[in-house]
Design a protein around this ligand. Structure first.
Ligand code: NAP
Length: 489
């Protein structure tokens, strides 16, 4: 197959306006902005460029809808989510085309994200009816203690471009299940998937005003305006640690409930007793899923000296089999999202090579329009290389050799970030000991993917706080109210 940066599919019909209070509206200033295909830089569509006034209108709609939505029977909320799951599944083909065109990854990867995204609706359709409270007797026997769970209230969701649908559904699903209303601000590089989701949820029967979608290029101003509005009760953000820090600070003014899903710097540890072929399979997933643009992407490979050459050689061979090209062309690896992401990858690879790393394959961008970077393996990466500290967000596997378990664990923890880690070993004791010592919110044991809607996803340290998915996911959208009841001794 030859390299091809031209789309093989047209853009399916997608809404291009703001979704506020159950109506499609143009931006109050009349502005629009372009959405580009990262494989060739061509403009795919133009969408409404919301002002702060539009954002306030979206919050007005969410506030107006909140009381009735909270009072809607949990089963009804769950059934809407279930219909949402079914409609997303039915429309996978259109959604995958839209996602690939705006974000770049292959159609197979987009379909996988759509399945993952839809599963959050199925999971939380089942959780909606399992929200309970408690009943207890006070220690002195003179009273009773009741707790009840109630929706937090209107929420703001700010989502990134790398998983344009799933990073939305894992907030929207539990919020709908819990009875919260919301304003969603998708990334400006990839707003189309979220606009299509708004259309799908309306078709699923979601009442007007429960979900509102605001696309904008005036991001800081629009988000800042909403954070200053005391009617907002919760912020859930997925994105970079740098922006997350600033949003936590801004959320302090109104003491918002906050969930933060931030950057990662995942270590991938391969011990001497690992099944190397299985580790290479895991590395392909942990590194190459989403063209390396995932917060869970393996960022640093620590491999025991006894197996490092075998692992490096096999990984290099597998990378060289990958076909680059437009995501709709049948290629395995699409472009990176934009020029600055590609240039950062090139910069970090250049730094590692200058400091003594050996580029075994790749190591350069593809010339011409679009933001392609060749899958790259760098061996013998020295400790001082920036790529071991900074999130590379691209198809690059830097490999470091280790001798002792302690050395590997220390190196893995030597980062301010703590989202995911991967461990490959056939020794159960070692697996548990290492998993316990890793300073991350998640660990993949002999597998290169951890994401699962039924499991609690999230990080520690500068990777954020809060959990999405699993039984924990809905708690982010619930307050506990305690009722003290005097009964007499
Ligand atoms: P980003 O630059 O932080 O952007 C994320 C979102 O924040 C976008 O909607 C963006 O809007 C918005 N934003 C940017 N600047 C803002 C500001 N000053 N005030 C308010 N909102 C602002 O991150 P990204 O480049 O899209 O995504 C990549 C990052 O997300 C990586 O670090 C990755 O690890 C992390 N991530 C984490 C998880 C997780 O679950 N932990 C999952 C996926 C990604 P615009 O698009 O309009 O700029």
């Amino acid at each position: 197959m030859s390299f091809d940066r031209i789309s093989h599919r047209p853009l399916p019909p997608v809404p291009d306006r703001l979704w506020i209070g159950g109506a499609w509206r143009t931006a109050s200033g009349g502005g629009t902005f372009g959405v580009d295909d990262p494989a060739n830089g061509s403009e795919l569509a133009r969408v409404a460029d919301a002002t702060s006034e539009d954002a306030v209108a979206a919050l007005d709609a969410a506030v107006d809808a909140q009381a009735a939505w909270a009072a809607t029977p949990p089963r009804d909320r769950g059934e809407i989510l279930r219909r949402g799951f079914e409609l997303i599944t039915d429309r996978t083909d259109d959604l995958a085309t839209v996602m690939t065109l705006e974000m770049g990854k292959s159609l197979d990867e987009s379909r996988a994200e759509i399945t993952y995204a839809a599963e959050f609706f199925r999971w939380f359709s089942e959780e909606a009816v399992r929200v309970t409270g408690s009943y207890g007797v006070t220690p002195n026997g003179a009273g009773r203690m009741l707790t009840m769970k109630q929706p937090v209230g209107p929420c703001l969701f700010v989502t990134p471009w790398n998983f344009p649908l799933a990073m939305g559904t894992r907030k929207i699903g539990p919020a709908i299940a819990a009875g919260c209303t919301m304003v969603v601000k998708p990334a400006s590089a990839t707003p189309l998937s979220m606009l299509l989701l708004a259309e799908i949820l309306a078709e699923a029967g979601l009442p007007d005003g429960v979900l509102n979608v605001v696309t904008t290029r005036s991001t800081g101003e629009v988000v800042g305006t909403l954070l200053q509005d005391s009617r907002l009760r919760k912020l859930s953000f997925t994105g970079s640690t740098e922006v997350g820090r600033s949003l936590v600070e801004q959320s302090a003014a109104n003491l918002l409930r906050v969930s933060m899903e931030l950057g990662g710097n995942a270590p991938f540890l391969v011990f001497a007793d690992a099944d190397v072929e299985k580790a290479v399979d895991g590395a392909m997933l942990a590194k190459m899923r989403n063209v390396g643009e995932a917060c869970t992407a393996a960022n640093r490979f620590y491999v025991h000296r006894d197996v490092v050459e075998e692992f490096t050689t096999r990984l290099t061979e597998r990378f060289e089999e990958l076909q680059l090209g437009h995501g709709t062309s049948g290629a395995d690896v699409g472009p990176l999202v934009d020029a600055s992401t590609r240039d950062k990858v090139a910069d970090l690879v250049g730094d590692a090579a200058e400091r003594g790393g050996v580029v075994r394959t790749g190591g350069e961008p593809v010339d011409g329009p679009g933001y392609f970077y060749r899958p790259t393996v760098i061996a013998d990466v020295p400790d001082d290389a920036r790529i071991l500290r900074e999130e590379v967000f691209g198809p690059v596997a830097p490999i470091v050799t280790f001798d002792e378990d302690d050395e590997a664990v220390r190196a893995a923890n030597d980062t301010e970030l703590g989202l995911t880690a991967y461990v490959f070993t056939r020794d159960l004791d070692r697996a548990i000991r290492v998993a316990e010592r890793l300073e991350t919110g998640m660990v993949g044991l002999n597998q290169g993917i951890v994401s699962n809607p039924a499991a609690p996803f999230g990080g520690i340290k500068a990777s954020g706080f809060g959990r999405e998915g699993g039984a924990e996911g809905i708690e982010e959208y619930l307050e506990t109210k305690y009722v003290a009841l005097a009964t007499g001794a």
